[in-house]
Design a protein around this ligand. Sequence first.
Ligand code: CP
Length: 315
Amino acid sequence: MTHFRSAHDVPNIPDLIDEALAFKTDPRREVRLGEGKTLGLVFLNPSTRTRLSSQIAAQNLGLNSVVFNAGSEGWALEFADGVPMNGTTVEHIREAAAVLGQYFDIIGLRSFPSLKSREEDESEMVMNAYLKYSGKPMLSLESATLHPLQSLADLITIRERWLEKRKPRIALTWAPHMKPLPHCVANSFAQWVNAWGGADFTIAHPEGYDLDAQYTHGAHITHNQEEALEGADFVYVKNWSSLEPYGTVLPGNLDWMLTPEKLGVNTRVMHCLPVRRDLELSAAVLDSAHSIVVQQAGNRVWAAQAVLAQMLKNL
Ligand code: CP
């Protein structure tokens, strides 16, 4: 695997899950793989889980890692060509990314969408510019449209929790939020569950909150949350902003918050975190045996380690 930006970069998802679980059993089984190599972790946006799990994963592989909080501590970058840089931008992406390419063997990048222009976000302009001008393998730490390390950790968690022979029934349900949030986690979860093919998959959201069909294709889609939750073994809760108009919060839908009464006895509840209690999910759900969100976050280490191991083997 050269780059890791979406499910499409992964030759075999079940094999990658197996590799992650092998690292969970024995974290240092390939402790010399990254020797002499350096991973750059470039954050244009905040992070807790992605940053820390990637650093621990790198450490387990003997790989040096350097965190660069470029969004808050780096120079303001210009991405447009042919414009005089006489405004607020200080350095052009052509030089900035090329310099990172001199320092790092693999570059991890977190770059959220602007949520202002759907076309620009869907073009993955920032991720592609870093890839083009650094010339190095790119590890997505969440891009404008997708969050593949999160989705791999989600599937690892489902694999660990699901011991029955039949396919699990998975429901992805929209949840309320007062701020417009990216579609990345929901897009990515849908893309990975569909590519994996190991589940009966339903997506529920209010009208106006469609996800891009290129990610959801293969799932049953409904505007009825009750229908989606009926018989679900796993319920993945996530807010995302509207698609049309792009990147807004539509009025209403507060009753989509997940509460214990909506769940079956054995339903497991997932969320990528951070989560707003008693807005997206009731505290009663998060504090109950239904919730597997901490296990899910823990599995971010093994997801990152499995991906980094495959990328290192390809250097
Ligand atoms: N789920 C997730 O990516 O968490 P962070 O934003 O804290 O990295």
